[in-house]
Design a protein around this ligand. Structure first.
Ligand SMILES: [Zn+2]
Ligand SMILES: [Zn+2]
Length: 174
């Protein structure tokens, strides 16, 4: 009888704090709350609850809103200049493919240095979008001026590659 009691104590059932009807099979290794599989987030240091992951991220992302604006503006202007140059000279697609990523990487680097490499939660998305819009400026300009969409493949291709490179550069940094 005693051993049975011991066993049931050992296999004590806990319930998720967010979903009281669900059995908690996991425990946050930071705040030690019990949680169900759906609430658990697997991190490199083990399972954590969403609140703990969020508060860790808030410490990690130290950029302000103006930092986000600065990086976006820099990406917009620099890729706009690059897109305009390509629009003027008409680059071979092969050159666009070769040069697109390094130019995008350079744009990201300038933007990151301008905000002392601070991190923003949506910085890479905003910067990539700004890069694409900036690079497409020649096509957009003609569209707004003449009302015709000129399928400038070199400019469009550059916009895509550069935006991808900016995103990648910002996502990769350690
Ligand atoms: Zn936690
Ligand atoms: Zn849950």
């Amino acid at each position: 009888m005693a051993s049975q009691a011991q066993t049931s104590e050992h296999e004590e059932i806990h319930y998720c704090e967010v979903h009281p009807e669900r059995e908690a099979t996991l425990r946050c290794n930071r705040c030690e709350r019990y949680m169900c599989v759906q609430c658990a987030v697997q991190t490199p240091v083990g399972y954590r609850c969403r609140q703990c992951v969020r508060s860790q991220e808030d410490k990690y992302f130290n950029a302000s809103d103006s930092d986000l604006l600065i990086t976006g503006a820099i990406c917009l202007v620099l890729s706009g200049i690059a897109g305009w140059i390509i629009g003027q000279i008409g680059l071979w697609l092969l050159f666009v493919i070769i040069l697109g990523a390094p130019v995008g990487g350079l744009i990201a680097e300038v933007a990151l240095r301008a905000v002392q490499r601070r991190r923003g939660r949506y910085m890479k998305q905003v910067s990539a979008a700004a890069t694409a819009i900036g690079a497409l400026f020649p096509v957009l300009y003609i569209f707004l001026q003449a009302g015709v969409f000129v399928p400038r493949l070199d400019v469009i291709l550059f916009a895509g590659i550069a935006a991808f490179a900016v995103y990648g550069r910002m996502a990769m940094r350690g």
